[in-house]
Design a protein around this ligand. Sequence first.
Ligand SMILES: [Zn+2]
Length: 177
Amino acid sequence: MTKIDVARVLNKIIALKKETQTAFDEMICDLQNLLEPFEPFEPFEAKSEIAETTDEPKTAHFCLAEFKCRDGTAVPKQLYKNVQSLMDKLETLRTVLGDRPIYISSAYRHEKYNAKIGGVKDSQHIVAKAADIRVKGLNSTQVYTVADKVFYDGGVGVYDGFVHVDVRTKKARWDKR
Ligand SMILES: [Zn+2]
């Protein structure tokens, strides 16, 4: 094979990989939507009462269970405040994106878990201020463009297939595509 042939094959493989990845992302989102495990019902009138009797973070489309560590460890109570700030921003992002469901692939990580998966030491995930997200029907570049505005004073990192957002109250941006 000539170099041109090899380049042609390589380009084909890269294009195929991108296509497959997008298809998988879509499938994951679709299945997630079918399950709808976290979609809350319209709140009863007692909503304010519930809010007063529990300090669990919650918004219209997000609940605490979505933010727990991937190994099943619950978010510690002292970090609830951080989760609430993060949820509020995600709720705004969801609205701005035209009410598209946001799938959270990773949010809180306790230190040991973070180390195990090779996360950076001062990761915002450890303090439950960060989430890695995918949005149904949008690629990570499209999500990044909007998250950049919504999380204006926080962290936004774009990856091949997902976007990291956090509420560190200091602007940070990175591109790992
Ligand atoms: Zn992240």
